[in-house]
Design a protein around this ligand. Structure first.
Ligand code: NDP
Ligand code: 8X3
Length: 267
């Protein structure tokens, strides 16, 4: 059976690593046409080449910094030029994946820096809003189009040393719900996919390049990997047009709740 995503335009933010890069492969394998954004264009080009090998009908890349309104507007003007103004479904943006984001520290409120809080909100909250605002005119008001936001279990459960990140992802969840109201009747679907522990570059970024510290987080346990989430994003976007997966929480079997991670002892 042909994928409903074949030849459809899919825009992925934060496509240079982790979930976003894996999503490019997965949507590529479904025959989609990809618009990929992130700050590291060299990485995006490699991701695009792999996505084409996987079956993408097109894979175009452009620099994008979601924390800068000008960058978002420049990116979306480029995207508009790529997809054209045609009225056919293949001439409009069928899926928007708001994935760019992450955490920028692991400190108590007392010990945190403004810069880390600001980056966390600029990407996960304001970036999501900016990209969505700029993309909405390109998304057809018809059944089957989707906006899928990357939330987190952190937006649902509070834990110490993560105030800004928990608040930002709680914000993402609320923005998803608001969009569901605002887009009511348009046919545009809005979803949040909220992973738990997943091994990507997320923790290396959070620990400011300390790879050993990041690796320790996953030691002895079996976390989610980027391909797990990518597969789910494709599944969410491929449901029959009348079906909206509102919210999905995805955790590894080894994570019963936020701070409860099963670890095997080393042999
Ligand atoms: P990665 O660090 O591997 O990927 C993050 C992506 O976001 C990169 O492509 C990065 O690209 C991009 N990005 C960061 N800042 C910006 C910016 N200002 N403008 C544009 N792109 C940006 O982490 P993940 O793949 O794990 O994270 C993806 C999303 O999933 C995030 O929203 C994260 O919060 C969320 N998440 C992650 C979980 C995990 O445990 N890994 C669990 C739950 C949610 P570049 O640096 O090139 O700009
Ligand atoms: C990432 C998951 O547990 O590090 O969103 O907050 S966690």
């Amino acid at each position: 059976m042909q994928s409903p995503l074949k030849n459809k335009w899919v825009l992925i933010t934060g496509a240079s690593s982790g979930f976003g890069a894996a999503a490019a492969q997965a949507f590529g394998a479904a025959g989609a046409k990809l618009l990929l954004g992130a700050r590291r264009v060299d990485r995006l080009e490699k991701v695009a080449a792999l996505a084409k090998q996987a079956g993408a009908a097109a894979a175009q890349v452009h620099e994008l910094d979601v924390s800068q309104t000008v960058s978002v507007e420049t990116f979306m003007a480029w995207a508009k030029g790529k997809i054209g103004r045609g009225k056919s479904a293949s001439g409009q943006l069928h899926v928007l994946i708001n994935n760019a984001g992450g955490a920028h520290s692991m400190d108590s409120v007392r010990d945190s820096q403004d810069a880390d809080w600001e980056t966390t909100f600029q990407t996960n909250v304001l970036g999501l809003l900016r990209v969505t605002r700029a993309a909405l005119p390109l998304i057809p008001h018809e059944a089957g189009a989707s906006i899928i936001n990357l939330g987190s279990v952190a937006g649902r459960v509070a834990y110490a040393n993560a105030a800004a990140y928990c608040a930002a992802k709680a914000g993402e969840l609320q923005i998803t719900k608001v969009l569901r109201h605002e887009l009511f009747g348009t046919g545009i679907r809005v979803s949040t996919v909220d992973p738990g522990l997943a091994e990507t570059e997320f923790s290396v970024v959070r620990f400011k390049g300390d790879v050993a510290k990041a690796n320790a987080l996953y030691e002895g346990t079996n976390p989610l990997v980027a391909a797990d989430i990518a597969e789910i994003l494709v599944w969410v976007a491929s449901r029959p047009p009348h079906v909206n997966i509102d919210e999905m929480v995805v955790k590894p079997v080894d994570q019963a709740e936020m701070g409860k991670v099963f670890r095997r002892t080393k042999k």
